[in-house]
Design a protein around this ligand. Structure first.
Ligand SMILES: C[S@@+](CC[C@H](N)C(=O)[O-])C[C@H]1O[C@@H](n2cnc3c(N)ncnc32)[C@H](O)[C@@H]1O
Length: 340
């Protein structure tokens, strides 16, 4: 379903369920697609040329500074390695990043991490966040997804944001609560159903924020007027700092089409909203803990250039395979031309 913005139809009320995957004009994720139609739309000829030429330029500089990428295709570059080492080398070259969005390991014993003390973890986070700051463009942003960890003797589900929110030179603009429907069922405490996104900028007076690109058309009283004028923006309302996006589901019958074998995959919906809000077409998006490259798929599907770093061979292979499938889906959708 494409959201109509004609004068007659723009005032329709959308039901609550519609707002599971909402950005202007995006249809809810179809179970048969690995990405929403909003990521499959063709780009203008100009943007295609810009992506190709910027990609070539960036790749050339990167190859010189940090070597051959694990994968490269116009709009998508993935390096395998330790992000702290690679970011240190990026600091010395001129490739300003416009947006970094990422989720580091939470130090909770997942298959991709070796637990360290809380103090060491905080120092480690401070180190790589400061490196991200150094490679970020003056008007750039940093979106950091964080969960919870145990602080021995102090707390069981301690929000990681309480420990690291001010451990880099970035300016914290706000916290966004990401609410999701399903998760572990706790017996002696409340079942956790949210994680946080910290939205940082480098310069608090000047940064990219494309509110109209992420407005929520699910407006309760779209026809309400004041002094003869509609009260509500025809594109919808501000999506607020509480976002509801389901996690990527697993399981024999309920696994979503975007699911990979990565245990901590971002849903494309949530990263799509961030990429739209905090970057512009043709700009560079970084994820230093790229995992299955959800950030990369959303960025490439929205005409940005993606630079991912992932330490695991297995996840790199998985992400490359995912990107190639996504690329084919984009090509097919455009060939058929039925979605747009
Ligand atoms: C929380 S997951 C990120 C998942 C990702 N957001 C996605 O959508 O799939 C963290 C990832 O960081 C990777 N990782 C851990 N330490 C790393 C390091 N030092 N450098 C680069 N990647 C690292 C892990 O292998 C894991 O895939």
């Amino acid at each position: 379903m494409t959201i109509e913005l004609g004068e007659r139809s723009r005032r329709r009320i959308f039901d609550k369920n519609h707002n599971r995957y909402v950005v202007n004009g995006i249809e809810p994720h179809k179970p048969t697609q690995m990405a929403a139609s909003s990521l499959l739309r063709p780009f203008s000829e100009n943007l295609c040329q810009q992506i190709e030429s910027t990609h070539m330029e960036i790749e050339k500089i990167l190859r010189k500074a940090i070597g051959k990428p694990a994968y490269s295709h116009p709009g998508f570059i993935l390096y395998r390695g330790d992000c702290c080492e690679l970011l240190a080398r990026l600091e010395s070259i001129d490739i300003p990043v416009d947006l970094t969005l990422t989720s580091p390991p939470y130090n909770i014993g997942k298959e991709y991490e070796t637990p360290i003390s809380v103090g060491e973890y905080v120092d480690w986070c401070s180190g790589w966040m400061t490196q991200v700051y150094k490679v970020t463009n003056q008007q750039g942003a940093f979106w950091l997804n964080l969960g919870y960890l145990e602080v021995p003797g102090g707390g069981f589900c301690v929000p990681i944001s309480y420990l690291i929110w001010n451990k880099s030179p970035f300016y914290l603009l706000q916290e966004v609560v990401w609410k999701y429907g399903a998760g572990v069922a706790a017996k002696r405490r409340l079942s956790p159903r949210n994680e946080k996104w910290l939205f940082y900028v480098k310069d608090r007076t000047k940064y990219t924020f494309n509110l109209d690109d992420i407005r929520d058309p699910n407006v309760k009283y779209p026809n309400q007027k004041k002094n003869g004028k509609y009260r509500c923006n025809p594109l919808g309302k501000n999506p607020t700092d509480v976002w509801e996006f389901p996690k990527v589901t697993t399981g024999a019958r309920r696994s979503s089409r975007e699911r990979t074998d990565h245990p901590a995959q971002f849903p494309l919906g949530v990263v799509e909203r961030i990429v739209r809000a905090s970057s512009n077409p043709g700009e560079l998006v970084l994820d230093p803990f790229a995992g299955s490259c959800s950030a990369g798929i959303a960025s490439a599907g929205l005409g940005r250039l993606f630079l991912g770093i992932e330490i695991s061979h297995h996840y790199c292979d998985l992400a490359i395979d995912r990107y190639e499938r996504f690329k084919r889906e984009r090509e097919n959708a455009q060939r058929q031309g039925i979605l747009f």
